[in-house]
Design a protein around this ligand. Structure first.
Ligand code: MG
Length: 216
């Protein structure tokens, strides 16, 4: 069975939209200016800023106005509690399975947080497995995490597609293994000279439907 290796954050789910909702609630709850949302989103950098670093920046900015536990709760569960799976993405995953593809989520992040997102959205019932960098000890673009995904479902990596929004983690990761890839652009131009995705798509549903359409 051919493999689809799918990124989670900002590919299958709109992690930034979920974090934005959580951050807005956080600011309102603590009587902080709503305009701080811009600073918070920029400092979070799409989740790429280390949690400890972001917590320290928030403590530096808000001091005693906000308890450290509230900051931790926002960073640990804020996005995970609010992520949603779009109907089109759900349908594309169903199509993939119907067509005989094996779907595995390959995500960088912490196990508890990523598994919460996977279960809260019902993705656990739509994919055949998942690998999380904290659990496997390797982060994308390292080849080991993609190999772990194939091993998790007992399928060969050869012939797999990688689908994701990150040029570095997803597309360069696929390229290094000689795998085909779809870059989910969300309207962004490709500006990375060292490698290229096999295909680009505006959203994940289009990306999945493209990949599964290539099977003879
Ligand atoms: Mg991503």
């Amino acid at each position: 069975m051919p493999l689809l290796l799918l990124d989670l954050d900002n590919t299958l789910v709109d992690r930034d939209a979920a974090f934005r909702l959580a951050a807005a609630d956080f600011l309102a709850e603590h009587g902080l200016p709503a305009s701080d949302l811009t600073w918070l989103m920029a400092t979070d950098a799409g989740g790429y800023t280390a949690r400890d670093e972001l917590a320290a920046a928030m403590t530096g900015r808000y001091g005693d106005a906000v308890p450290a536990t509230a900051v931790r709760t926002l960073l640990d569960t804020g996005a995970a509690d609010r992520v949603r799976l779009a109907h089109s993405s759900r349908q594309a995953l169903v199509n993939a399975q119907t067509d005989g593809w094996t779907c595995v989520i390959v995500t960088n992040g912490r196990t508890v947080q990523q598994e919460t997102k996977i279960r809260n959205t019902g993705l656990d019932r739509l994919v055949q497995g998942w690998v999380i960098s904290e659990a496997v000890g390797h982060k994308k673009p390292a080849p080991e995490i993609f190999q772990a995904a194939a091993t998790a479902v007992g399928a060969p990596l050869r012939g797999a597609w990688v689908i994701g929004d990150s040029p570095h983690a997803d597309i360069a990761g696929a390229d290094a293994l000689g795998l085909r890839s779809v870059w989910v652009t969300d309207g962004r131009p490709w500006t990375h000279g060292s490698c290229h995705p096999t295909h680009t798509a505006h959203d994940v549903a289009s990306a999945i439907n493209h990949a599964i359409g290539t099977r003879p």
